[in-house]
Design a protein around this ligand. Structure first.
Ligand SMILES: [Zn+2]
Length: 175
């Protein structure tokens, strides 16, 4: 059985109303999704499924932390994540998408795998700008050595790419 089969929800036999499924996803889960922004972390996921006669509503409540790369100093850090997302599941002969928050499943299906959705909603909870959080005094907790190295590299890179800036620098140096 694959790691992800654990995330199958057998909805066919469920009664109408709300049903709760709790998961705790860790590194093993994230390692299945290659090339995404999150490879490691520990996140609690509560899936609430509301079964109605013609459709299902699923809420994904995610809370935890993920290990991601800082955009500023390039070191890894733990980013807290928290989010609540909702999708609708409708039944139809064909599987096709209608907007972002509707999933179509075949009338013959009896279970739904929520692993991909969990992964996507965790990624969605990660801020666009990923930076080490400030400490209680408002100071950056980025790696100062890495910032120094990066600053030097950026200036060097600038000199190569921008000869005008080099000329200006020579002028200023000769003053
Ligand atoms: Zn940083």
């Amino acid at each position: 059985m694959s790691v992800l089969s654990f995330y199958n929800i057998a909805f066919k036999g469920l009664s109408q109303g709300k049903h709760i499924f709790d998961y705790e996803v860790e590194d093993k889960f994230f390692s299945v999704f290659e090339g995404g922004i999150v490879d490691e972390g520990k996140v609690q996921v509560r899936v609430t499924l509301e079964k109605q006669s013609s459709l299902m509503i699923l809420w994904f409540d995610v809370k935890g932390s993920v290990h991601v790369q800082c955009d500023r100093c390039l070191e890894m850090y733990d980013q807290p994540v928290k989010g609540l997302e909702r999708i609708f599941v409708k039944f139809g002969e064909k599987e096709y998408t209608e907007g972002d928050d509707v999933i179509w499943v075949s009338v013959n299906d009896y279970q739904l795998n929520v692993a991909q959705l969990i992964y996507e909603f965790i990624c969605l909870a990660v801020p666009i700008k990923k930076v080490h959080p400030d400490d209680e005094n408002g100071n950056s907790t980025c790696d100062p050595e890495m910032l120094d190295k990066l600053a030097k590299y950026v200036v060097k890179d600038d000199e190569i790419k921008n000869p005008v800036w080099n000329d200006l620098k020579k002028l200023l140096d000769n003053e």
